[in-house]
Design a protein around this ligand. Structure first.
Ligand code: PXP
Length: 238
C-alpha cells in the first residue's frame, strides 16, 4: 500500500514566528498519525529555522510515531541521527540561504561523505534514502553508494502542473527513474511541491511507494482542516 509521510516543518515555522509554543509540532505529529499518515517527516536544519532538537527529542519519545528525519551530509547531523535513531533518514542537500530544498543531492560531489553516512545508518538499521533529481545516473549511483531508497524530487513537475504547462517530459523522467530504481532494489519515494493534482498524476506510477508532503498539507489545513486534508491525500494515493 502506498504510504503518506506528512512533513510538519511548517508547523514549527508558524510556532517560531511567535517564539512561543503554539502550534505544537508534537501535537501535529500525533494527529497526523491518528488521521492515517504512515510517518512524520521533519527536517532538522543546520540553522534550526523550524524544527529544533527539542522537537526531534519530543517526537522520538512517542514510539508509535515513525519518524523520517531529513538531514544534510554533516557530521553533526550524522551524530544526531545515530543518537536519536529515527526510523528513516532522508539525506538532502542544504544551503543556508535557500527558502526550501531547491534540488536533489549532488551525489558525485558528496560521494565519500554519503558512503560513510549511509554505511553507518544502514548498520543501525535506519532506513536510508537519498533525495535526488529524477535522472537515471543518479538512481544507479544511489544504489552504488549504499542507499536503500531514493526520494525523487518532484518540484519541477509540480511547478509545471501548477502553472498549467506541459509536464509529460518530466513525468516520463520520473517514471523511468522509478522503474530503474525498483529493478535495482531501491524503494521509490517522491517529495516536494506536491498538491492534490500532482499527487493524482504521480499516483499512476505504480513503483512509487511513499509520498512525502508538507507545505500544501499545512496550507490547505487552514481552509479545510488537518484531518480532511490528510484523509484526502490518503484517498488519492491509495
Ligand atoms: N521531501 C523532501 C526531501 C523535502 O526536502 C521536502 C521539503 O522540505 C519535502 C519532501 C516536502 O516538500 P513540500 O513541503 O513542498 O511538500
Amino acid at each position: 500500500m502506498t504510504r503518506l509521510g506528512v512533513n510538519i516543518d511548517h508547523i514549527a515555522t508558524l510556532r517560531n514566528a511567535r517564539g512561543e509554543f503554539h502550534p505544537n509540532p508534537l501535537k501535529a505529529a500525533r494527529l497526523a498519525i491518528k488521521y492515517g499518515a504512515d510517518s512524520i517527516t521533519i527536517h532538522l536544519r543546520e540553522d534550526r529555522r523550524h524544527i529544533t532538537d527539542r522537537d526531534l527529542f519530543n517526537i522520538r519519545k512517542i514510539k508509535k510515531i515513525p519518524i523520517n528525519l531529513e538531514m544534510a551530509t554533516t557530521s553533526e547531523m550524522l551524530n544526531i541521527a545515530l543518537k536519536y535513531k529515527p526510523n528513516f533518514v532522508c539525506i538532502v542537500p542544504e544551503k543556508r540561504k535557500e527558502i526550501t530544498t531547491e534540488g536533489g543531492l549532488d551525489l558525485h560531489r558528496n560521494k565519500k561523505k554519503l558512503i560513510k553516512i549511509l554505511k553507518k545508518l544502514n548498520k543501525k538499521k535506519i532506513r536510508t534514502s537519498l533525495f535526488i533529481n529524477p535522472n537515471i545516473s543518479d538512481v544507479i549511483l544511489s544504489k552504488n553508494l549504499g542507499a536503500k531508497c531514493v526520494e525523487l524530487h518532484t518540484g519541477k513537475i509540480a511547478n509545471k502542473i501548477k502553472k498549467k504547462q506541459r509536464y509529460l517530459n518530466e513525468l516520463n523522467k520520473i517514471k523511468k527513474c522509478a522503474k530503474k530504481a525498483t529493478i535495482n532494489g531501491l524503494e521509490v519515494h517522491v517529495g516536494h511541491g506536491i498538491d492534490y493534482k500532482t499527487a493524482k498524476i504521480l499516483k499512476k506510477i505504480y513503483e512509487i511507494k511513499e509520498f512525502n508532503i508538507g507545505h500544501f498539507i499545512i496550507g490547505e489545513s487552514i481552509f479545510n482542516g488537518f484531518k480532511t486534508t490528510i484523509k484526502k491525500f490518503i484517498q488519492i494515493i491509495r
